[in-house]
Design a protein around this ligand. Structure first.
Ligand code: FAD
Ligand code: NAI
Length: 490
């Protein structure tokens, strides 16, 4: 037994060291060029975004086959599944980001990165306008493409509810997590300066989360963990007064999960003293209170110290502008694509993946964006192989060779399969070292809950990480919190 554990630890250490070495010592890349050695022009592939879709594509693509340019205002990939753990310090923010430069540097071909926001796309001219910022000056330039991959994600919707902007905090990007952390720590200190039973102290210690989807649920769970496991030690009296309220417009939270798991999550919230208000829609947000409508009849004002808003997605401006330019784009919820992920109305040159698209039947998840990115890398590889064979045909006079090439092209073209999404299931952390997992394998589904599901959740997220570096940092954060508690400094 001892020998076995010694050898397995040794094998594990060697494997991790080898992977880390590979990650931090990238090999030489094929430089960008106007044409391949055989004369075929190299196509310009522009990828918009550095999120789940774009980075999954970039990591799998043979980048020596195209002149690849990535355009995104965010110079790093963000591992969103653990974002709700960061504001309270369960996970450090640096542990869930990965610079796009290092990801791009580990691919076979040279990749250009432009830190800029795409403003507009002209599908007819195959051109896009990008805006970069340098020392508060804006620079607009244009970029041509042969193929464009739009993977720009979505923003948090507010349903135009007045007062959300300016008063509520979103949880979508790393800056959002930083802002929540600052506000949380400041609000607690502010509250402590008021005497017990002062209504202002009670207001400040009321933390409201709007939206009972997985973002709202996971953040409320992390916040209550922080109160119960850390704040209770350092500010025992104040922590008893703190309340976390989760508000959901529908009769249940986590509607994409199996009913037994929803019930379990609601029971855990009740045990952990998270106040769950279902059938309650927030209608107005004021600086110190929200107005809610319960069961479509009762209006209540709820004072709050901090408000986190997580009510789902809506398209960003660029997606809306693109929709306006293409008559076939008739869905206001997102970009319409066909089953090969080609944008309707610009099928020959634009692909769209991830949260910026309007899928029927898919939730806007990392899982979908990741599979779409990987699928697209295969399609782009195959397209180039076909082009190379067509080029060889054009430059050949040998009839037998031309017939053979035509056959190969036909076979390759017939193998440009449709995108086929494989749903593996859904996971959510619900607090106090418990999670729920709704797993799908083939036609069967399995439900896990509690401590075992939490361990599964942890290992699944470690496996989902896109780099060994992130895996190590996240595992270290969990260990650190287990022994030392959460770091509550700002
Ligand atoms: P994103 O990952 O959002 O990336 C969009 C990219 O586009 C960003 O790099 C952005 O900077 C860039 N961009 C924006 N505007 C422009 C522009 N104009 N020009 C160029 N680039 C632009 N899904 C799961 O499956 N499991 C989970 O556990 C999970 N947890 C989540 C937790 C949280 C808190 C959140 C917010 C989401 C979570 N999701 C989860 C959903 C998942 O993160 C998204 O579905 C996924 O990120 C979508 O990938 P994407 O590439 O479409 O967009
Ligand atoms: P969501 O769309 O899943 O949930 C938003 C919730 O807010 C809905 O239940 C809706 O009824 C409620 N709501 C809307 N307006 C409201 C109002 N005015 N008052 C009260 N409640 C209101 O959004 P979320 O959680 O931001 O997730 C976005 C996407 O990211 C989803 O597809 C989700 O699956 C994915 N995600 C997945 C995670 C996971 O798998 N663990 C974690 C986080 C996000």
């Amino acid at each position: 037994g001892l020998k076995l554990s010694f050898y397995s630890t040794l094998a594990g250490t060697l494997y991790v060291s080898y992977e880390l070495y590979k990650e931090s010592n990238p090999s030489k890349q094929v430089p960008q060029s106007a044409a391949f050695p055989n004369g075929l022009k190299k196509k310009e592939l522009v990828i918009l975004g550095t999120g789940w879709g774009a980075i999954s594509l970039l990591k799998k693509l043979d980048t020596s086959l195209y002149n690849v340019t990535v355009v995104s205002p965010r110079s790093f990939f963000l591992f969103t599944p653990l974002l709700p753990s960061t504001p309270v310090g369960t996970i450090e923010m640096k542990s869930i980001v990965e610079p796009v430069r290092s990801i791009a540097r580990r691919t076979p071909g040279e990749v250009h990165y432009i830190e800029a926001e795409a403003l507009d796309i002209d599908p007819k001219a195959k051109k896009l306008m990008v805006q970069s910022v340098s020392e508060n000056e804006y620079y607009v330039s244009s970029l041509n493409y042969d193929y464009l991959v739009v993977s720009v994600g979505a923003k948090t919707t507010t349903f135009n509810i007045p007062g959300v902007y300016g008063n509520a905090y979103f949880l979508k990007e790393i800056e959002d997590a930083q802002n929540i952390r600052m506000k949380l720590m400041k609000t607690i200190e502010q509250a402590s300066s008021f005497p017990v039973n002062d209504p202002e102290r009670r207001r400040l210690l009321t933390f409201v989360v709007v939206g009972g989807g997985p973002t709202g649920v996971e953040f409320a769970a992390e916040l209550q963990d922080y109160v119960n496991q850390d704040l209770r030690k350092w500010m025992p009296d104040l922590s008893q007064e703190m309340s976390v309220i989760l508000i959901e417009a529908l009769p249940n939270i986590l509607n994409m999960f199996d009913k037994t798991l929803i019930k379990y999550a609601e029971d855990i919230f009740a045990r952990d003293e998270i106040d769950l208000l279902v059938n309650t829609a927030v209608k107005v947000v004021e600086p110190t209170y929200i107005r809610t409508l319960q069961n479509s009849q009762t209006t209540t004002n709820i004072p709050y110290g901090m408000l986190v808003w997580a009510t789902g997605n809506e398209p960003i401006e660029l997606s809306k502008t693109l929709m306006g330019r293409i008559p076939e784009q008739t869905n206001k919820r997102g970009l319409l694509i066909n089953d090969k992920l080609e944008l309707l109305g610009a099928e020959d040159s634009i692909y769209a993946i991830g949260d910026c698209t309007a899928h029927t039947g898919f939730f806007p998840t990392a899982q979908v964006a990741h599979q779409e990115g990987e699928y697209l890398s295969k399609i782009l590889d195959k397209k180039l192989q076909i082009e190379q064979m067509e080029w060889d045909m054009q430059n050949s006079t040998d009839n037998a060779k031309m017939t053979r090439l035509q056959k190969e092209i036909d076979v390759k073209k017939s193998k440009l399969d449709k995108f086929n999404y494989k749903h593996m299931g859904a996971l959510a952390y619900i607090g106090s070292e418990t999670a729920i997992a709704d797993l799908h394998m083939g036609d069967s589904s399995y439900q896990l809950k509690g401590m075992f599901a939490f361990l599964f959740w942890k290992s699944a997220y470690l496996a989902m990480c896109l780099s060994i570096r992130n895996r190590i940092l996240i595992a270290m954060d969990w260990t650190k919190v287990y022994f030392l508690g959460r770091d509550s400094s700002v």
